[in-house]
Design a protein around this ligand. Sequence first.
Ligand code: HEC
Length: 268
Amino acid sequence: MFGETRYYTTLYFWGLLIIQILLLLISHAIGDLVENARFINLSDEDKQTYLKSKGTPYWKRLWESAFKKQTPSEEKSLLIDHGFDGITELDNALPKWWIGLFYVTIIYCLAYLIAFTFTDYAHPDVEYLEESRIQIASIKEYEKTAPSVDLETAVYSQDNIIEGEQIFKTNCISCHSDNGKGGIGPNLTDNKWINIKQKTLFRNVFWMLENGSPNNPTMRPFIKDGIITGRDAEKLAAYIYHINQEKSTITVAEGGAAPQGTEATWDE
Ligand code: HEC
């Protein structure tokens, strides 16, 4: 199930990580080269101060840099002169609160990443699975108490036609085409039927949905396979009764599939 694939189990993640580490090492090496080249050009005095600052651990330096204020003479050397537009700006140290905020986001990001990786916290896949689990459970709960409909109890009702059409569009249109005009499966609007198993058209459709076609497994037993419920079949049968008996046949000339089977005489 897709919910169980964590990003760190994919090849992409590790490939990308290795590339990133390589890039970091390269940029670090280039940084060292630049540092060495600059160091050679420093005066002896500057070399001493530089080496002293290098002696301070990285994190300490980083921490102190957040509180450092520039002296006016330092500010002068930080002036950026655009020249062409006459605007000068100070390349100032950033305010403490701003830098603080920046570090907070980094810490938050780490905490989030760890939680996301090793727990189910804020995991869309897991949340999706949980939601669908709840939904499926509530459908099952509903099915327990809802009246079940079978071949004996199914009845035709005009109120079911519209819903039946929707279910038809989801489950049947791929084979029987829009409006049931036929394609892979036969035209459902004419009076020729391959399978005549019941006395009425409505019950015949229901029977087909329960048992599928005995001659052709392409028309599967939708109810027995658990794809639709008896209540869905009751609505589908109402829709097919409607397009077969209450609307006119879609003929070959109108794009319908040629009639198949034998002429049916239904009880109602
Ligand atoms: C994968 C293709 C396919 C799908 C999807 C499909 N059918 Fe069929 N259906 C067929 C075929 C093929 C037949 C013809 C079976 C035969 O030759 O006995 C058929 C036959 C039928 C028949 C009997 C027609 C006759 O002349 O005997 C009915 C009614 C029917 N389908 C209704 C439905 C309904 C309602 C749905 C949607 C729940 C549906 N079918 C979905 C392929 C399909």
